[in-house]
Design a protein around this ligand. Structure first.
Ligand code: UT7
Length: 313
């Protein structure tokens, strides 16, 4: 067995906050509907910020907290569906901004809202073969770029942001044992690429049902893989897509309130950034002490889903 632990985390959110009240002046909705159906009260939406600036700020903060220098990073993966440019990739732009070495593997990865988990697993595998044993895993999305601001079904759900984790690989550490899956489905959640035009569309209720099945599947497989029970997990971090999905999972597994967390009320759904933003907020609040085991669960477009168990170094 060999694998990664998390050394440090960071996050960056745009300054501008868009409230549910603001949205009632843009589409036919109400503050009460959004709050009760999603748990969201407000979200951060970029004004002056770029994808590159949010990635840079989140990653710098993670490196600082980890006490790791840019030249020690062997692999840098950015999970995203909304980079500033396709080429160079967000990871290459980040390499330049941070001064990562020329021999650092830098690339973007698209697994929609499950992107951070796919990137974490990919980084763990690559670090096993890399001469440098630190990895930088970033989740960053500016979903405000994808949504139709006249479509009340989707525009109320998303926010912009970035989260980052610096991980270290050691031969004597257990693998995060990620379980990942996907099922091609371009009807439930779709976002076309140019030259096709159009915004993100989603069949909300069907995706909700998919999430209700995917979350326990991921939890069960991760527990099975690690030979532990839900009671052995110190903290659960869920992708923040809907507070009701998180609360239903917590109820099903009898997770006490002090062992899971929601920031969806402040951030909305930030896609690939949601899990690392939560990790960073928890770490700053000293709620993920060294040695604690956190079970991560993500799901989203693709469809994609995944889970992993990570320890804080
Ligand atoms: O991270 C990617 C994964 N995404 C997700 O996990 C999202 C999963 N889905 C959801 O979170 C929920 O399905 C939504 C929050 C998107 C929608 O909630 P819902 O309870 O499933 O509502 P619904 O789509 O069934 O719509 C119920 C009603 C409809 O009206 P009628 O047809 O019953 O008259 C909608 O037109 O609510 C209406 N509606 C709204 N009303 C006020 C839809 N959006 C709004 C709105 N404000 N913003």
């Amino acid at each position: 067995m060999n694998g990664i632990k998390i050394r440090g985390t960071g996050r960056a959110l745009p300054e501008h906050v868009l409230t549910n009240g603001d949205l009632t002046r843009m589409v036919d909705t109400s503050e009460a509907w959004i709050a009760s159906r999603t748990g969201i009260l407000e979200r951060h939406i970029r004004t002056g910020e770029t994808h590159a600036s949010l990635c840079r700020d989140a990653a710098r903060s993670a490196l600082e907290r980890a006490g790791v220098a840019p030249e020690e990073i062997g692999v840098c993966v950015v999970a995203t569906v909304t980079p500033d440019t396709r080429v160079p990739s967000a990871a290459c732009t980040l390499q330049k901004a941070l001064g990562l070495s020329y021999d650092t593997l830098c690339f973007d990865l698209n697994a929609a809202c499950t992107g951070f988990l796919y990137a974490l697993h990919t980084t763990e595998c690559l670090l096993a073969a890399a001469p440098k044993k630190f990895g930088l895993v970033v989740g960053c999305d500016l979903c405000s770029r994808l949504v139709d601001w006249t479509d009340r079904n989707t525009c109320i759900l998303f926010g912009d942001g970035a989260g980052a984790a610096v991980v270290e690989w050691r031969a004597e550490w257990p693998s995060a044992g990620a379980v990942l899956g996907c099922a091609g489905n371009d009807e439930l959640l779709r976002c076309p690429a140019p030259p096709e035009e159009g915004y993100l569309t989603m069949e909300g209720q069907k995706v909700f049902k998919f999430a209700l099945a995917a979350v326990p599947w991921c939890i069960d497989r991760v527990l099975e893989r690690h030979g532990i029970t839900a009671g052995d997990v110190d903290f659960f971090v869920f992708h923040q897509a809907n507070a009701r999905i998180i609360d239903l999972a917590a109820k099903k597994y009898r997770i006490p309130p002090e062992k899971y967390y929601k920031n969806i009320q402040r951030c909305g759904n930030t896609s690939a950034a949601s899990i690392p933003i939560v990790l960073s907020e928890l770490a700053d609040a000293d709620r993920l002490p060294r040695g604690s085991k956190t079970l991560l669960v993500g799901f989203g477009g693709g469809l994609t889903w995944g889970g992993a168990l990570v320890e804080m170094a």
